[in-house]
Design a protein around this ligand. Structure first.
Ligand SMILES: Cc1cc2nc3c(=O)[nH]c(=O)nc-3n(C[C@H](O)[C@H](O)[C@H](O)COP(=O)(O)O)c2cc1C
Length: 315
């Protein structure tokens, strides 16, 4: 059973959005064939984030698009493979809505206007009105040749995209930041100026790997997005920077999270919620373990709410 928000030490808010747990999956890391596995995890997750959806279907990049880096994480250049908005609304949304958890739709498009149009289409869908709690704007995927990283590194475009979506919805609106910039702070400012209710930090870090036997890059597109335990310190750095500069901006932290200690670190850095991506692949039930451990932590520390530790290490 999903816990209520009162007397629940794990309850959190991100702007106006109240969640029963700070634990969510990261976009692209719990997709359609795995939805059934989410059923028993309902009581410990605060919400579900979809794979990034684009207006039209995308086949993604060709093979050689993932590469495991044992102990460090993985590289991917999936290329936003997804069935497109129409199919997502017709098939994925009903399946996810049946779980009864707040749904965050991750969106990407090639222009601010196209972002706005997607949200107009979604808000006209009766099921979305109740089931979709908000949107995460993927302006930072480094794997798409057009759009992608340019949006995420350009404050004016970030404001334009956020504004285009905000003009169309009152729901929660998070901008997902790329770490592949000198500083994310102008991007945070630009997101909030456009009407975001929070930011998600961080997307994958640009990376590469070479097979010394074939003497060729492991990824068919040479470069990709690095994720998993190796990027945790980078994600923590960005979350701390954001919280220090903008203490009232709600942050959803993501990057290398696997253990309860990782979750607590990000909350103490200033995050209101966290997402688990790469480490949910080998352990899809990770959310169960983390939620149980967080309850034990609150009890042993005598705290009534995890919000008591939020940002404590960034003051
Ligand atoms: C296989 C894979 C697919 C991903 N797809 C998306 C995506 O569609 N949209 C998005 O915003 N991020 C995507 N990401 C990035 C993750 O959501 C997350 O930001 C990143 O992996 C860092 O978190 P982690 O270290 O916990 O994996 C993907 C990551 C992986 C590993």
């Amino acid at each position: 059973m999903t816990p209520t928000l009162t007397n629940n030490p794990l309850a959190t808010t991100i702007g106006d959005l109240a969640l029963s747990s700070p634990l969510l999956n990261a976009s692209g890391c719990f997709n359609a064939p795995l939805f059934d596995q989410l059923t028993p995890l309902r009581h410990c997750m605060g919400g579900i984030v979809t794979k990034t959806v684009t207006p039209q279907p995308r086949p993604g990049n060709w093979q050689g698009r993932t590469c495991e880096l044992p102990g460090l994480g993985m590289l991917n250049s999936i290329g936003l493979q997804n069935p497109g908005l129409e199919v997502t609304l017709a098939t994925d949304l009903p399946a996810l809505a049946a779980l009864g958890l707040p749904i965050i739709l991750s969106l990407s498009a090639e222009t601010p206007e196209a972002f706005g149009l997607m949200v107009e289409t979604i808000e006209a869908c009766p099921l979305a009105t109740t089931a979709v709690a908000g949107y995460e704007l993927n302006v930072s995927c480094p794997n798409v040749a057009q759009g992608g990283v340019d949006f995420g590194t350009n404050p004016a475009l970030i404001t334009a995209i956020t504004q285009a979506v905000r003009n169309t919805t009152q729901k929660a609106l998070w901008v997902k930041l790329t770490p592949n910039v000198a500083s994310v702070l102008p991007m945070v400012e630009a997101s909030m100026a456009g009407g975001a209710s929070g930011v998600t930090a961080i997307n994958t870090v640009l990376g590469a790997h070479i097979d010394i036997k074939t003497k060729k890059p492991m990824l068919s597109r040479t470069f990709g997005g690095y994720s998993g335990p190796g990027i945790r310190p980078i994600a923590l750095y960005h979350v701390m920077q954001i919280h220090k500069a903008f203490p009232t901006v709600p942050i959803v932290a993501v990057g290398g999270i696997r253990t309860t200690e990782d979750v607590l670190m990000f909350l103490m850095a200033g995050a209101s919620a966290v997402q688990v991506g790469t480490m949910a692949f080998p352990e899809p039930t990770v959310f169960e373990r983390l939620a149980a451990d967080l309850h034990v932590y609150c009890q042993s520390e005598g705290i009534h709410s995890l919000s008591e530790v939020r940002g404590i290490a960034t003051q």
